[in-house]
Ligand binder design. Structure first.
Ligand SMILES: [Zn+2]
Length: 355
């Protein structure tokens, strides 16, 4: 069996999402979000995702455990379930001596997400699942034709599309070129991407809704950075003094966020549990990369309702996962020509193939 498998996740922001840098003030915004150091496009770091996933999977396992206890007590039997709660014990950093990670090979939280070094000589475990950063795939921007979802070759690459021919300072649309189009404040010449249909089809398999696919706008990578960064949601808020219930003096602050409707893409790499041991014992909580992903996926309903990132009390952060499965074979698309070829499956699937 393969030593690991890669699963692709695609989700849409139901609220603005703010995953902060920790309060650095840049320009006019007090609380900035994390950006990719190379492209300068905002992203959600994999470490933030992993923390949230861990918490939600622990919540789910704990709900299951409580249910089992209840069922056992209703039938008058002694419950055959474990004593230590999954939540909060196996969630979080696990550094608390009494309520820390259980570190057991049958714990779906500790095996999948790993655990810290024990206070004694017990060693830590890195975990079977690794999460990539979540990247912006499609970004909603106001235009005079209504909202359009902007993307670029680098953004589409995360979803397995290799797009070429997008090299003019222009916006590439499905239809024939017409009047210039404004993306936010930026007015751009329009050009036609002959293969937009194939881009749509590829994204439709990821369950991206039609109202977005019918409004795709493709721009070169350097323009994508500008367009995303100048169309982030910036909100102004004020801290409330809990004693007086009124605004604190000088407590007005602003923060930026990925707007509602942003489509994000990230990967979950699931290692094969059969290749690892915990305290010298085989892992029993999960038995295959597929099962590791199944456990990780349990967090998705919670992401949709409880969200990710800061300002949750201000109605921010809910993220609905649209696609949670293996990546499809990659595709090459040339916007100016009509050559269209599937990448050889060995090039993209690689280790994903079952041996
Ligand atoms: Zn545990």
């Amino acid at each position: 069996m393969a030593s690991y498998e890669t699963f692709l996740q695609i989700g849409i922001a139901l609220d603005p999402i703010h995953v902060g840098t920790g309060g650095a003030r840049i320009g006019r915004v007090d609380l900035t979000i994390v950006r990719d150091p190379v492209t300068q496009v905002p992203k959600i770091p994999g470490s933030s995702l992993a923390g949230v996933y861990r918490t939600y999977v622990a919540m789910h396992e704990e709900e299951d455990r409580q249910q089992q206890i209840q069922q056992a007590s209703q039938s008058g039997q002694q419950p055959q379930v474990r004593q230590k709660p999954y939540y909060p014990d196996c969630a979080g950093l696990g550094l608390d001596n009494n309520r820390g990670h259980c570190r057991q090979p049958d714990c779906p939280v500790c095996t999948v997400f790993g655990f810290a070094h024990g206070s004694s000589s017990t060693s830590g475990f890195a975990g079977l699942a690794a999460l990539s950063d979540a990247h912006v795939l499609l970004f909603p921007v106001p235009t005079r034709r209504g909202p359009m979802w902007v993307t670029s070759p680098i953004a589409l690459e995360w979803a397995g599309l290799e797009v070429s021919g997008v090299d003019k300072n222009a916006v590439y649309l499905a239809e024939e070129p017409g009047h210039p189009l404004n993306l936010g404040w930026l007015l751009l010449e329009t050009r036609q991407c002959n293969q937009m249909h194939d881009i749509r089809k590829h994204l439709k398999d990821f369950k991206v809704p039609d109202y977005i696919l019918n409004r795709l706008a493709l721009v070169p990578d350097h323009l994508f950075t500008h367009i995303v960064n100048s169309n982030l949601e910036v909100r102004t808020s004020v801290s409330i003094n809990p004693e007086t219930g009124a605004a604190k003096e000088g407590a007005l602050f602003s923060y930026e966020a990925l707007p509602r409707g942003t489509v994000l893409v990230w990967e979950i790499i699931a290692r094969n549990p059969g290749h690892f041991r915990i305290h010298g014992q085989p892992i029993t909580a999960v038995s295959s990369p597929q099962e590791v992903h199944e456990k990780v996926k349990q967090a998705h309903p919670y992401l949709k309702h409880l969200g990710i990132g800061g300002m949750g009390t201000r109605g921010m952060g809910r993220l609905e996962v649209l696609y949670e499965n293996k990546a499809k074979a990659g595709q090459r698309i040339n916007c100016v020509g009509d050559d269209l070829a599937n990448l050889s499956s060995s090039e993209t699937a690689g280790e994903n193939e079952e041996a």
